[in-house]
Design a binder for this molecule. Structure first.
Ligand code: SF4
Ligand code: SF4
Length: 111
């Protein structure tokens, strides 16, 4: 099938082929904690994050990568979280963000 010309291109190096990612663990995370799926990636958590102000930690980015099935490094990144809870106070979706951190660490420790 010929590609549709939209007048722009997505760089191959930045392209993500979701069909190649194994989303099993991401689905299991959502099944265990449905609010994990409620994130709209607004970035409020990252903007207020204590650890993010001191390190390269980006909670929104890690959550997004996990939902895409890109788990490598998620456990290590989540270890930067101090569990202070500030992100939970600002989340417009009322997500138990600390719970999400603990869940990702528990489920993705092997990656
Ligand atoms: S503040 Fe809540 S909805 Fe926004 S990116 Fe963070 S977890 Fe997702
Ligand atoms: S609980 Fe973790 S992710 Fe949330 S603001 Fe505190 S350090 Fe950042």
């Amino acid at each position: 099938m010929n590609a549709v010309n939209f007048g722009y291109m997505i760089s191959v190096a930045r392209g993500i082929d979701l069909d190649r990612n194994d989303l099993t663990s991401a689905r299991e995370l959502g099944d265990e904690m449905p609010e994990f799926r409620a994130c709209i990636a607004c970035g409020g958590c990252t903007a207020t994050c204590t650890a993010g102000n001191l390190t390269s930690f980006n909670f929104r980015m890690v959550q997004t990568l996990v939902r895409r099935g890109e788990y490598a490094g998620a456990y290590r990144e989540m270890n930067k979280c101090m569990l202070c809870g500030k992100c939970r106070l600002v989340c417009p979706r009322g997500i138990n963000t600390r719970g999400v951190v603990m869940l990702i660490k528990r489920k993705l420790g092997d990656y």
